[in-house]
Design a protein around this ligand. Structure first.
Ligand code: NAD
Length: 504
């Protein structure tokens, strides 16, 4: 299998943990024994080796998931599946610190952020456990006499879950918890940059006692392992989180087998600030939206759309906060921003900022790679004077870069906020309650936060409109993504006497 990943030969690799694939009930090295290095973005050093799955490994994982679907897992009642989800929640509670540490080593996110994420995981399994025994069909009065008709909600089948590197276990959980509640089995493929936490997570699933094959993990590159999963004829559903560009390719490839697809993709979310907002609260909210997690979140509030009369004051407040942000080691509790997660990200962010300046944006804060700490740090950056047609106002940066634009009235605010191909989220800051709801209804986004930002919860549907995706995760809607409706007709009478050559 072709790959651009680093391989085993590096000196000192013996000292590092070498992980195996989770295929059915077994831990196994990749079929041809190949591994690649997982690199810690803060130290820029390899810290573990992950298996690079072969196409035979992918087949084995899918077959194991199919066997479990037709075996013990498929035979369970919803209440029994719920018990397994609750057991998993208990194990995850016990393992939260360990999983958070692994996550931070893998993607460089602050430990305080990965700890909060890890601590939130059990709640998702608890919530979906509560839905597992409530997947009810309906009885439909037949439109002609002598028939009984009802529907069943059945699991869609074997699910391939493909995730981005920015929040591997949270993104996995948003797929896995509803999929298991629905009765599906899963083959997970984490990003090639962050393979380890998902393999560690598989240990938790094993400890929780879920039947073999319900949860399988294959690691390796997207172009090889990911693509094979998406095209696999025995995968019934692909649920994908990643960039819009890859998501479109995934959707097209899946359609060759009419495989169902859910897509959670990129964003260019607006933070709309009206002059009547509490400006300090708005400034803190904007900071949280764009600089938390080093801007590497799908919901990053990367466009500030601010009312003309509040522009200078809010920019001054933002610059003040941005310049005080402590960059540092992600495991240091004092750090407020960690590094970007990999070298291509750093190169992309630098290039986008440079081109924005060439196109006329003004750097109000930051704007450069931060050399002091080594590694992959980029300064918290605020660009003013941005026009809506500039690249920096249109393309997802996935880094700590805020593009500031101004508006004169509500209509212009809504037009600017909606002037994007994306539609994942938006923030809205105003003290006027009528305006708050009016504008929230007009914003083209899957989530709108009013006087708040970056809130997610197990029971809050999450997902995008426009190029930000198809489908919803979390909340009751999420289980529907993993169910099919089957309609069953029963003729109540023996002699129907109906015309065999006409429908209905
Ligand atoms: P990416 O699209 O490069 O990769 C995502 C996943 O797809 C990885 O596991 C990768 O290995 C795999 N992949 C790559 N090519 C593939 C192919 N041809 N077939 C199948 N799988 C393939 O994205 P990324 O750089 O890992 O993540 C950043 C992106 O993810 C950003 O655009 C961000 O907005 C988005 N994201 C969205 C959400 C959301 O919920 N909407 C959440 C987090 C991240």
């Amino acid at each position: 299998m072709a790959s651009s990943m680093t391989h085993f030969e590096e000196p000192g690799h013996e000292a590092l943990p070498v992980y195996e694939l989770r295929l059915g009930g077994s831990w196994r090295p990749a079929g041809d024994g190949r591994t690649y290095a997982a690199v810690n973005p803060f130290t820029d050093q390899a810290w573990a080796y992950a298996p690079e799955a072969t196409s035979a490994d992918v087949d084995t994982a899918v077959a194991a998931a199919r066997t479990a679907l037709h075996g013990p897992w498929g035979e369970m009642t919803g209440a029994e599946r719920a018990r397994h989800l609750r057991s998993l929640a208990t194990v995850l509670e016990e393992e939260a610190e360990h999983l958070a540490a692994i996550e931070t080593r893998g993607n460089g996110k602050l430990l305080r952020e990965t700890m909060a994420q890890a601590a939130s995981l059990p709640g998702y399994y608890q919530y979906f456990a509560g839905l597992a025994d409530k997947l009810e069909g309906t009885t439909i009065p037949a439109d002609k006499p002598g028939y009984f008709m009802y529907t069943r909600r059945e699991p869609v089948g074997v699910v391939a879950a493909i995730m981005a590197w920015n929040s591997p276990l949270l993104l996995l959980t948003w797929k896995l918890a509803p999929a298991l509640a629905a009765g599906c089995t899963v083959v997970a493929k984490p990003s090639a940059y962050t393979p380890v936490s998902t393999l560690e997570f598989a240990r938790c699933v094993e400890r929780a006692g879920l039947p073999d094959g319900v949860f399988n993990v294959v690691t390796g590159s997207g172009a090889d392992v990911g693509q094979q999963l998406v095209k696999h004829p025995d995968v019934d559903k692909v649920t994908f989180t990643g960039s819009t560009q890859t998501g479109i390719a995934v959707g097209k490839a899946a359609m060759e087998n009419v495989t169902r697809v859910s897509l959670e993709l990129g964003g260019k979310s607006a933070q709309v600030v009206f002059a009547d907002a509490e400006l300090e609260a708005a400034a803190i909210g904007v900071v949280s939206g764009i600089f938390a997690a080093t801007g590497q979140t799908c919901v990053a509030g990367s466009r500030l759309v601010v009312e003309q009369s509040a522009h200078d004051e809010i920019v001054a407040r933002l610059v003040h906060h941005a310049e005080k942000i402590r960059l540092g080691d992600p495991v240091d509790p004092a750090s407020e921003m960690g590094p970007l997660a990999n070298k291509p990200q750093l190169a992309k962010v630098s290039a986008l900022v440079q081109r924005a300046v060439e196109q006329g944006a003004h750097v109000a804060a930051g704007g450069r790679v931060s050399r002091e700490l080594g590694g992959l740090f980029f300064e918290p950056t605020i660009l003013t004077g941005v026009r809506p047609d500039m690249e920096i106002a249109r393309e997802e940066v996935f880094g700590p870069v805020l593009a500031v634009m101004r508006f004169d009235d509500e209509d212009e605010a809504v037009a600017l906020a909606n002037d994007t191909r994306f539609g994942l989220a938006a923030g809205l800051w105003t003290e006027n309650v009528r305006r708050a709801h009016r504008v929230a209804h007009r914003l083209e986004a899957g989530t709108v936060w009013i006087n708040a930002y970056r809130m997610v919860a197990p029971n809050a549907p999450f997902g995008g409109v426009k190029l930000s995706g198809i489908g919803r995760e979390n909340g009751r809607d999420a289980v529907q993504e993993y169910l099919e409706t089957k309609t069953i007709w029963l003729a109540l009478n023996e002699a129907e006497g109906r015309d065999p050559f006409s429908i209905g």
